[in-house]
Ligand binder design. Structure first.
Ligand code: NAD
Length: 354
């Protein structure tokens, strides 16, 4: 099996969890907690190699990726030692990557900006995974354009719409490249729990009347999301996933709600649903979810990376529909979780084109 060569834009908590998990699961095939399966389409975590990375934080740029993932403001737990990777983090283009609140805590690297296209080509990357902060619209579009110009696939883990925007998907199709996204849906996260609860009420004949989802956390993702003007796409991404579970509109409010520093990378989510069932009888559901945020996305991203490699091997270009429905909150096509998983596995097995 040829290696899956991955480049990263943004070496924050998610990149840390992804790399730690990839190393962990490369070492042993007996402990596979959190992976859909050890081998997907013949690709195992051992086949994934990180070949290039970009950031703007002076505490990460210039360092080996194995050290950068534990540097700066990164505060997700260290669950795996990572040996030196021989990949130095390059200074990426800043544009709107660092907002009002992140400016206070991220010292910018003075290194010259890397030529992202050249770096992607020279490293032999198959794909670029985008982990930039919420609201980095221009920066994300710049990295997506570099992926197009370098001839690599693009996986968008955050909510600036690329795979789900038909004009961007078309650009990737024209270049013969796959694109997946947008905004990774964590394994046991707020979105999958909320959409599944709403669907349960609907499937059981109840009427959902109102719902909200409040989220708090203590990492730079939550600090950045205090800036409401950067949040429109994040709210839309999370809301659209729940909205798609009922055929009628439900008053809904979903989004990041506050930054609580001492929570570090822990995330606490409160879901509230009000509805009616037989005899117009009222029901409310209140759920509290407490997770560590970054590892919650790591296993899903390993699946997205493997699915994207399969698409590259088969010459599938443009938006990866089933993969995105399964792995992301704001895909080109919203589906209930079980249907998305079934279609993604059909794609992996070659029984579905995309
Ligand atoms: N479970 C999850 O944690 C989860 C789920 C869904 C989506 N996401 C999204 O994934 C993204 C990454 O999350 P995270 O927790 O790793 O965030 P993070 O804040 O820990 O990391 C972001 C990194 O991007 C860097 N950066 C900022 N501007 C840049 C630029 N122009 N070029 C290169 N690097 C730049 C920062 O210095 C930082 O290292 C966020 O947008 C988040 O909302 C995360």
């Amino acid at each position: 099996m040829p290696k899956v060569r991955v480049a990263l834009a943004g070496v924050g908590n998610c990149a840390s969890a992804l790399i730690q998990g990839t190393v962990k699961y490369s070492e042993s095939s007996s402990d596979t907690v959190g992976l859909l399966s050890y081998s997907l389409g013949g690709i195992t975590p051992k086949d994934i190699e990180f070949v290039s990375a970009f950031d703007v934080d002076s505490r990460k740029v210039g360092r080996d990726l194995s050290e950068a993932i534990f540097s700066g403001m990164n505060n997700t737990p260290r669950f795996q030692e990572v040996p030196s990777m021989g990949v130095k983090v390059k200074r990426g283009p800043l544009l709107d990557g660092v907002g009002k609140y992140l400016k206070e805590v991220i010292p910018l690297s003075g290194d010259p900006e890397a030529d992202v296209v050249k770096e992607l080509k020279d490293s032999g990357a198959d794909m670029l995974v985008n982990y930039l902060p919420v609201g980095s619209t221009r920066a994300v579009q710049a990295y997506a354009t570099s992926a197009l110009n370098a001839g690599v696939a693009f996986i968008n883990a955050m909510p600036v719409f690329i795979a789900s925007d038909p004009s961007w998907a078309e650009k990737f199709k024209d270049k013969g490249l796959p694109v997946a996204g947008d905004d990774v849906m964590s394994q046991i996260g707020a979105t999958v729990l909320h959409k599944t609860l709403v669907k349960l009420l609907h499937d059981r004949g109840a009427k959902v009347e109102e719902t909200y989802q409040l989220n708090i956390g203590g990492d730079t993702d939550f600090l950045n999301m205090l800036e409401e003007s950067r949040l429109a796409d994040k709210r839309e991404s999370k809301t659209s996933a729940v909205r798609a579970m009922t055929p009628y509109p439900v008053p809904t409010r979903i989004g990041p709600s506050d930054y609580v520093g001492f929570l570090k990378n822990d995330k606490v989510c409160y879901i509230w649903i009000k509805g009616r069932y037989f005899g117009n009888t009222p029901v409310t559901i209140e759920a509290k979810l407490h997770v560590v945020d970054a590892p919650d996305s790591g296993g899903v991203m390993i699946d997205a990376i493997r699915g994207t490699k399969i698409a590259l091997q088969r010459g599938v270009a443009g938006e990866l529909v089933s993969l995105s429905s399964y792995c992301f909150k704001h895909p080109p096509q919203q589906l209930p979780y079980d249907e998305a998983k079934e279609r993604f596995l059909e794609f992996v097995e070659g029984r579905r084109e995309r």
